[in-house]
Design a protein around this ligand. Sequence first.
Ligand SMILES: [Zn+2]
Length: 180
Amino acid sequence: VSISKAELARREERARIADSWLWRAVTGMVTEGGGQLVPRPVFRGREDLGTVRDAGPADGLAAARALEIAARLKVQGYIRDAREEGMGWKRIGELLNLQREAERQDITVADAAFDLAAGPRDSNWAMTYGRTFRWDCASCGQKIDDEGPESWPGDFRHGHGTGCRRLAAEVRAYNRQAGA
Ligand SMILES: [Zn+2]
């Protein structure tokens, strides 16, 4: 996977902004909940270089964990929006920065995105019931049980209505990619 220098710089900048907003979110949650902030050195172990107000460990753990869970749900919601807008799993995986993760697991970026949306493939639930990610099709108005990038979109199990245009377009795209 080759990621351009410009893209790497954008990601670093995004991570820096996220860290800054996360600090605001964590400290805001603690003070809104009636908790106290404590001084923390800007650089660990160097009190002489200045301090910032931050959550103590117990409040910080609870707040950061609640934000982590909320952020995951937010990601799921945006994946759903993206699928409803017709965005493919590969593009979703790229936007989720999953290239390295996919490489590590020796799977495609599209599959890594679906794993993140639908949960791990080797879970007991997935092995028993299969994995789907649900979204609403704007073309036919049906609820779609998306089975991921590897499944043929024309499968009746996915739930598109008869004559759905989105379905027809997805089948064409899939067949094109498969060289059919
Ligand atoms: Zn449809």
